[in-house]
Design a protein around this ligand. Structure first.
Ligand code: AQP
Length: 351
């Protein structure tokens, strides 16, 4: 049986944070190791240009993401690892064909677009509006059916499915309707207690390259409540759509303090296990939690997971020639598949 294909990517905006790692990279690793899947993992450097960027930083960002990918365990023997810009001729071309079946209104109403408009009011470009169409092209050019990304990308996947349906019915094509591969860390809130953990929000994130003192210092700043109460931080709804609404797109009515406690508890569950979290739940309802102690233990647990990644990163940093070659090899493999799809679409569209 033919393997199912997987596509994922991260923008070239710098070193990865814990949200990128838990929401995207963990899923990328799981599918890379599953023999039923063929995996394509890109550095989404074209997507980086949809929000304000510095050309010199873009190159650096591309390298940082690649090093983090390799350090976290993405493997050139198992996955095609490439830069989106090395296939710009194909990805951007397909995005243009796709843009003929998507209305402007559909894109303008996406919560992710509205969010970015708020963040960069003076920079609302066509590229930003077109982000989900390019993302649909990134996925469908490989006929990928699984996409390991965080929950914030769910509205974009919905657009990709709509595009697949429209292209299939209009031009008799056979695109799959891609679905998200969700991980436990599909939504990691900001350490500030407001919004999601995000590269562009200072103080919101932990980097994969943070050492123990840095992790401790960042966790120390997470706002917390008195340590006793009625488990207000629980109550996260189950379905993707409800969750997005709850996060509103990333906000709820909870206080900054209870959201701070929620992120700590989520991280405790991910890095120290369900039992440890349940012990804290009991303390919260009973004698109270010492957040100082909790944060210290949590920082150590997180660092234990980061340590081998950081060691591998150093090794790759010392092999710049090898690292350069990774993208060449990945682009070659990706191009083979992408060319076939673009040729097929052009043919069916009469171009
Ligand atoms: N907080 C998060 N929780 C879980 N997953 C997350 N992702 C991002 N933030 C979280 C997932 O990481 C992947 C990369 O996202 P991206 O390409 O949008 O990268 P980015 O824009 O550089 O990352 P940020 O932090 O989201 O940046 P800004 O600040 O620019 O908005 C995706 O799979 C995403 O779901």
């Amino acid at each position: 049986m033919a393997k199912k294909r997987v596509l994922s990517g991260i923008r070239a905006t710098g070193r990865l944070h814990l949200g990128n790692y838990l929401g995207a990279v963990k899923g990328m690793l799981a599918l890379q190791d599953d023999p039923d899947y063929e995996t394509f993992y890109m550095i989404a450097d074209l997507h980086t240009t949809t929000t304000p960027f510095e050309p010199a930083e873009l190159k650096k960002g591309r390298r940082e993401v690649l090093l983090d990918y390799l350090a976290a365990g993405l493997d050139t023997e198992k996955s095609a690892i490439f830069a989106q810009s090395d296939l710009a001729d194909l990805h951007a071309q397909l995005a243009f064909y796709f843009s003929t079946v998507v209305s402007v209104a559909r894109l303008r109403h996406l919560p992710t677009f509205k969010d970015k408009v708020k963040q960069y009011p003076g920079q609302v470009t066509m590229a930003l509006l077109n982000y989900p169409v390019l993302m649909a092209a990134d996925i469908l050019i490989y006929k990928a059916s699984k996409v390991p990304v965080g929950i914030d990308q769910e509205p974009h996947l919905e657009v990709a499915r709509e595009i697949a349906r429209k292209m299939n019915s209009k031009y008799n094509l056979n695109f799959p309707e891609p679905t998200r591969f969700a991980t436990k860390g599909e939504h990691i809130p900001s350490l500030t207690g407001k919004g999601k953990m995000s590269k562009s929000v200072q103080g919101s994130y932990l980097n994969l390259t943070d050492d123990l003192p840095a992790i401790k210092a960042k966790l120390a700043k997470v706002p917390t409540d008195a340590g006793v109460g009625d488990l207000k931080y629980e109550n996260v709804p189950k379905g993707a759509a409800e969750k997005l609404k709850y996060f509103g797109v990333y906000e709820s009515k909870q206080t900054k303090e209870s959201r701070g406690v929620a992120v700590l508890m989520l991280l405790v569950e991910i890095f120290q296990g369900k039992e440890r979290k349940e012990e804290y739940d009991k303390q919260y309802e009973g004698e109270g939690i010492s957040y100082q102690k909790l944060k210290g233990e949590l920082a150590k647990a997180i660092f234990e997971e980061f340590k081998p990644i950081q060691k591998k990163r150093k090794e790759f940093e010392e092999k710049p020639e090898y690292v350069e070659k990774v993208l060449e090899k990945g682009a070659k493999a990706a191009r083979k598949v992408a060319e076939i799809t673009v040729r097929e679409v052009r043919d069916k569209m009469g171009i």
